[in-house]
Design a protein around this ligand. Structure first.
Ligand SMILES: [Zn+2]
Length: 398
């Protein structure tokens, strides 16, 4: 019977791709895998030669300064911090030294370096007809609050500014919320999962409880299976489970990189990096999904910037350019525009959103149509209609 044979070949393929995660073709002879304490590693030298990219490893404890990075691949011995193509990127596992040679985990080569360096080669990358914009928080959940306003309102405003920019590029836009009400996290992911060829972009602003001086941008996509998230030191038992977001983690990282390079390239904020997390929306979305942290509401200067509507328009514009870059990956068949390219470009032509807010088209499908009104009202609210967006009424000082 031919059927079992066929099945086995499919299974063999599945197992092979699990053993060597992602799309990376590790040809015999090109990669020398070295096992250290049960984990597979590849030397930085090997990685550099494979990609044809100069690499450097700075000593343990050194801080990588974006301004002084001269190599497309820059690692820190003993650390998960790296600079890849000019943007800070966080590895799943620290760089180790074996016989005097710095080594990067095979998981990171397949799941971090490959999608960052060659995102255009990730299967199905750039396939996007619909952008699901997810303004974080809403309603009773204000998010972080600064003296100028609440995260929920700033996030919604950025999404509203971004919508016409994307529509002008021919993309369908769905917002997970259109006003000031709370939408459960799983409902936000469901909306993306029901749309055709969608990507999910969640918009948030940051806060730090212990460091009032913390500033900068960061972006998250779903942590690869079996790896710790950027904020975790160790692998937890649950991290080995397959999650909806696991099947698209490489595409999500590619999207993360496209948006992040544009953000940093257009707006001079501190580079906190491309990170991994198991946030509910990233875990539950079956489509490429990212969560943007567009600066800190707990820091004086940055919270003031975030409260400025022109700055938020610039933020929306930069996210839009990043999404467009992601979409063009399969057409260009080459790596996306990088932070340095954007900086060169913006010197001559600064980014400006093309569309005036007055001409905003309604979203193509409202959340209400998709899930029904009751789904995102808390029980005590359910009988009263959702309140009008507080953005117009709340005092947001520009
Ligand atoms: Zn938030």
């Amino acid at each position: 019977m031919p059927l079992p044979v066929k099945r086995w070949s499919v299974l063999a393929f599945v197992f092979a791709s699990l053993a060597l995660p992602s799309s990376i073709a590790i040809a015999a002879g090109e990669w020398q895998v070295i096992k250290v304490d049960g984990r597979d590693y590849l030397s930085v030298d090997n990685i550099s030669k494979f990609y044809g990219l100069p690499a450097e490893v700075v000593p343990s404890g050194a801080k990588i300064q974006s301004e002084t990075v001269n190599h497309p691949l820059e690692f820190v011995s003993g650390s998960r911090e790296a600079m890849i193509n000019g943007a800070r990127s966080w590895l799943c596992f620290p760089v180790i030294e074996q016989d005097g040679k710095p080594m990067v985990s095979r998981t990171d080569v397949a799941k971090t370096i490959e999608p960052l360096v060659r995102p255009h080669r990730v299967p199905d990358v750039g396939k996007v007809q619909t952008v699901v914009l997810d303004p974080g928080h809403g309603g009773h959940d204000k998010g972080q609050v600064s003296r100028y306003g609440a995260e929920k309102d700033f996030a919604l405003d950025v999404a509203r500014k971004l919508r016409p920019i994307l529509q002008a590029k021919g993309l369908r836009v769905i917002m997970t919320r259109e006003g000031d009400y709370f939408v459960p996290l799983e409902v936000r992911a469901q909306i993306a999962n029901r749309a055709r060829d969608a990507i999910f972009v969640s918009i948030h602003f940051n806060a730090s409880g212990d460091d009032p001086n913390a500033t900068g941008f960061e972006i998250f996509s779903f942590t690869p299976r079996g790896a710790p998230s950027t904020s975790d030191g160790t692998v937890t038992a649950s991290s080995v489970n397959m999650q909806p977001g696991s099947s698209v983690d490489a595409q999500s990282l590619a999207l993360s990189a496209c948006i992040y390079h544009s953000l940093l390239g257009h707006i001079p904020e501190f580079d906190r990096g491309i990170k991994r997390a198991r946030f509910a929306v990233l875990r539950l979305a079956k489509v490429p999904a990212v969560l943007i942290e567009g600066g800190f509401l707990t820091e004086r200067g940055e919270s003031k910037l975030i409260s400025n509507k022109d700055w938020r328009a610039k933020l929306a514009g930069a996210i839009g350019i990043g999404i467009e870059n992601y979409r063009s990956l399969p057409l260009k068949k080459q790596p996306p525009t990088l932070v340095a390219d954007y900086r060169r470009q913006t010197k001559s032509a600064p980014v400006d959103p093309v569309i005036q807010e007055g001409s905003v088209k309604e979203a193509d499908a409202s959340l209400l149509e998709v899930v029904g009104r009751s789904a995102f009202l808390s029980p005590q609210q359910a009988s009263t209609p959702a309140k009008k967006s507080s953005l117009e009424s709340a005092p947001i000082i520009p």
